[in-house]
Design a protein around this ligand. Structure first.
Ligand SMILES: [Zn+2]
Ligand SMILES: [Zn+2]
Length: 207
């Protein structure tokens, strides 16, 4: 009986002394908005895991926020509203939300001094491929402006835009290296085609 008690005491002592491992892995919730194909969600999930080593949870067939809808130039959704609303929906167990939509998204493009870029009619509601807080915990990617008849080109773009936007969430600004995935698209999808699907050494060192 005595030995038995001693055994349990030792066991207790050993288990208390074993270091508590930090098992938390950065978790990204990928929100699939209705109409966005599931196989494309899987493509984005895989590349986020590969490049950033994050854990991904998928929320399927989500309704896109109706109050982000706008019909100024054409029917589309405001990306700035989407990332704000996603952020408000963020649960404690999730670190980041990345939304995927096939709908057209837009934002207001500002110049360096914070005013709407000229001409205003053009940039007030400017169609974009993605938008992210930098840094922050919410971003959105749209497939509307990256479509290509060659599926391989399309998937390459989708991966690059997703890695780019999530990089902003992690605090990476635009990169001067034109081959880096964090390069500024400067209003052209061609820039994305010319960049590599990877972070340059400088960007990689920052995260
Ligand atoms: Zn960017
Ligand atoms: Zn870079």
């Amino acid at each position: 009986m005595k030995y038995c008690f001693l055994f349990w005491c030792i066991l207790l002592l050993v288990s208390c002394q074993s270091p508590v491992k930090d098992t938390h892995q950065t978790t990204v919730l990928v929100k699939q908005y209705k109409g966005f194909p599931k196989n494309e969600v899987d493509t984005v999930t895989t590349i986020l895991q590969k490049v950033y080593g994050v854990k991904v949870i998928i929320a399927q067939n989500q309704e896109l926020y109706e109050n982000a809808f706008i019909d100024v130039k054409s029917p589309r959704y405001r990306a700035d509203s989407i990332i704000k609303l996603q952020k408000a929906d963020l649960k404690d167990s999730i670190d980041y939300i990345l939304g995927l939509t096939s709908k057209d998204i837009s934002t207001t493009k500002k110049d360096d001094s914070g005013n709407v870029k000229k001409p205003e009619y053009k940039y007030q509601d400017w169609g974009i491929m993605g938008l992210a807080y930098c840094p922050g915990n919410s971003c959105v990617v749209s497939s509307f402006r990256i479509k290509h008849k060659n599926k391989a080109v399309y998937f390459d773009r989708l991966k690059k835009v997703s890695v780019h936007e999530f990089g902003h969430n992690l605090g990476l600004p635009h990169c001067p290296d034109k081959k880096c995935v964090m390069t500024d698209a400067v209003e052209s999808v061609k820039t994305i085609d010319n960049a590599k699907l990877k972070l340059c050494n400088n960007c990689n060192a920052k995260i």
